[in-house]
Design a protein around this ligand. Sequence first.
Ligand SMILES: CC(=O)SCCNC(=O)CCNC(=O)[C@H](O)C(C)(C)COP(=O)(O)OP(=O)(O)OC[C@H]1O[C@@H](n2cnc3c(N)ncnc32)[C@H](O)[C@@H]1OP(=O)(O)O
Length: 489
Amino acid sequence: MILDRDLASIQEVRNLVERAKKAQKQLAALDQNQIDRVTEQLYLAGYDHAEALGKLANEETGFGKWEDKMAKNILASKDLWESIKSMKTIGIMESITEKKVVKIGVPMGLIAGLIPSTNPTSTVLYKALISIKAGNALIVSPHPSALNCITETVRVLQDALEKAGVSRDLISCITKPTMEATEALMKHKDINMILATGGTAMVKAAYSSGTPALGVGPGNVPAFIERSADIEDAVEKIFRSKNFDYGTVCASEQAIVVDAPIEQDVRKAVTQRGGYFLTGEALEKVKRIMERPNGAMNPAIVGRSAAYIANLVGIEIPQGTTLLLSDEPGVGKEYPFSKEKLTQLMGFYVVKDWKEGCSLSYQLLENGGLGHTLVIHSRDEKVIQAFALEKPVSRFLVNTPSTHGAVGLSTGLAPSLTLGCGTVGGSATSDNVTPLHLLNVRWMAYDLEMNQSLGTKAQRQADATVDIDQICQQVMQALQNKNISLGGK
Ligand SMILES: CC(=O)SCCNC(=O)CCNC(=O)[C@H](O)C(C)(C)COP(=O)(O)OP(=O)(O)OC[C@H]1O[C@@H](n2cnc3c(N)ncnc32)[C@H](O)[C@@H]1OP(=O)(O)O
C-alpha cells in the first residue's frame, strides 16, 4: 500500500529530476574551463565548511570523530580537486593523430547519489565534485540517520553553484528519505547513472533498478604482517588507520594476520599502543552485540571508541585502551570477529608462514570482502609480489595504513570515497571512482584506408589526408560557438 507520505516523496523526486534536467542542459553547454571554474567553487565551499560539516555529521550520527570527518571532507574537496582539476572531461579529451581518432567527453546527464551514514558529508562533497566536473547534475538520496548533515552539505554546495553563476538545481537532495522515494529516483527514466555507496541492501537495490549503477561492495580487510616487516611501523599504521573516524571507512583493517616468528613482538607493540585482547566472558559479551539477528553489522557499535563499546556491554578494560582484539580460531559466520566491523574491534590471527598468511587472507576476503582491499606489511619484495598476485582485491596496499591508502590519502591512488570492488565483488569497476566514470566517450574515428593502392597500413596512415589536429580545432571552435551540442546522454 502506498501512503500519502510516500506519494509526496515520489512527487518530490519527480520535481527534483525535472529541475536537475533543465540545469544540466545548461551546464553541458559550458566548455571545460567554465566547468572547471564551477567545480573549483564547490571545492572551495567544501573546504571552507570542512570542520562545520564534520562536526554536524558526528553529532547527528554518533559515528566516528569530528576531526576525522573534517579530514574526510578535506579529502573530498581539496585533495580531490587537486587530483581532478586538470582532467579533461568535456569536449575533446584527446586526439590520437596516428590513429586518426578523436575522443570526446560527453556528460551522462543526471546522477543519483546514495549517501551512507558512515561518511555522509564527505560522500556528498565527493559525488558533487566528480559529477559536476563531468558536466552532470547530482540528486542525492540521503541515509535517513544522516539527513540533516547531508541536507546542510547540499545547501553549502548550492550556494557555491549560485556564486559560480549556474543553477542551484545542479545539486539537490531528497528531503524525506523513504525507500519509495529512493526507488523512484533510481528507477526514474531520466536518471542516467547511480553512484551507490552504503549498506549491501541499498547497493543491491541500485543494481536491480534497471539503471546503470556503480556500487561499492563491503570490505573485510586483512592486514598481514610478514616476518621481515618493520613491526613498530606496521602496528603504528594499523592503529592510525583503524582509529581514523573509529574505523567507519570500509577500507579499514578488520583483522591482523601475523607471521608466527614475530607474533610476540607484534602482540607487545599492539598492547603498547592501546590494544587489549578480550578473553572469557568479556569477549562473549562483546560478541553478543556485534551483529543484528540477520548477521548484519549492529549500528549501535559502528564508528565507536573501545571505551564506548566496553561501557555499552558492561566490561572493564584498561584505561587508554583504543582497540579491542580477539584471538580468532576461525573464519566464517560463527566467528563475528572474522567479518567486517567498522568500529574499534579487530580479529587477530597467527599463521606459520606467508603462504598460510595468503590462504587465511583469502578466506577472510571470501568472508565478506571480495574485491575490496588487502594490506601487507613486509620488506621482502618477493613475498609482497607473490602475495599480491593471487588475491581477489582491487587495492593491494603495501606498508601503508589501509584506510588512508585505499582512499588515496597515503598512496598514489585516486582520492575517492566510492571504491569499486570489480566483478569479483559485484561491482562494474575495480577503480577508485572518479569523474572519468561519469562521462560517455564519443569516439570519432576516420577511415585509415583511403588510398587502397598504397602499400602497408602504416604507410596509408602516414599518407592519409585527414589532419586530425585541424579537425580537433574545428570541433572545439564549433563547441565554443555553440554550433553543436554534446547532448546529455
Ligand atoms: C569508502 C567507504 O567507506 S564507503 C562506506 C560505505 N559502507 C557503509 O556504509 C557500511 C555499510 N553500512 C551498513 O552496514 C549500515 O548502513 C550501518 C551498519 C552503517 C548502519 O546501519 P543502519 O543505521 O541500520 O542503516 P541501514 O543502512 O541498515 O539502513 C536503515 C534503513 O534506512 C534505509 N535506507 C538506507 N539508505 C537509504 C536511502 N538512501 N534512502 C532511503 N532509505 C534508506 C534502509 O533501507 C533501512 O531501512 P529498513 O530499516 O526499513 O530496512
